[in-house]
Design a protein around this ligand. Structure first.
Ligand code: ADP
Length: 173
């Protein structure tokens, strides 16, 4: 079966770094589609903690048991990238009402640009509803425990990059 007859989907995001919330959405998407591209948007104006190459490697490490998950960086318009990949589906995770307004706008914009591509929303698992990459960075900056927030394989990479390591004690400042 060629890719053209397969259901290909894209899970886009900044993943700086990937969290258990992202991973949950990626795994659930991998069960629904033949091929899943986890695609890291590199034209963001935010200055990232991890480079695109580093983020690709971190996501590859935590998704290695899913052979249908591929990880890539991309720049430009998501719909152009999706067309290039032969993907007819964009999958986004929804945490709360706060995600909705922006995602709703994005999905209508993408629909106008590429009517053949559908955006699917997957509701977050309740245990990850609070999680975001920025929260992970904030907690790690102050040496908080991030072990419930990100896959264990990448904890050291984050702590090394941010310079905070949780030792179970309060710091004196
Ligand atoms: P963040 O907001 O954590 O920086 P991204 O911009 O990388 O995340 O988000 C990529 C996608 O993952 C978005 O669709 C976002 O709604 C979704 N997502 C992020 N965190 C979670 C979570 N905890 N549960 C479900 N979906 C999430």
């Amino acid at each position: 079966m060629g890719f053209d007859t397969m259901n290909v989907s894209i899970v886009p995001g900044s993943f700086d770094p990937v969290t258990n919330g992202h991973l949950d959405i990626i795994k659930r998407t991998a069960q629904l589609f033949d091929v899943v591209y986890v695609s890291i948007l590199s034209n963001s104006t935010k200055s990232p903690l991890f480079s695109v190459e580093e983020r690709i490697e971190l996501i590859q490490r935590v998704t290695k048991e899913f052979p249908n998950v591929k990880v890539e960086g991309f720049a430009g318009l998501l719909v152009d990238y999706a067309r290039q990949k032969g993907a007819k589906f964009i999958v986004k995770g929804l945490r709360a009402v706060t995600d909705f307004e922006y995602e709703f706008q994005m999905s209508l914009t993408n629909k106008q640009l590429a009517p053949e591509i559908e955006t699917f929303f997957i509701t977050t698992s309740s245990k990850y509803a609070y999680l975001s990459s920025s929260l992970v960075k904030e907690v790690s900056k102050y040496c908080g425990d991030i072990s419930q927030m990100v896959p264990h394989e990448i904890i050291e990479d984050i702590e090394r990059k941010i310079g905070g390591r949780y030792d179970g004690n309060f710091k004196d400042y």
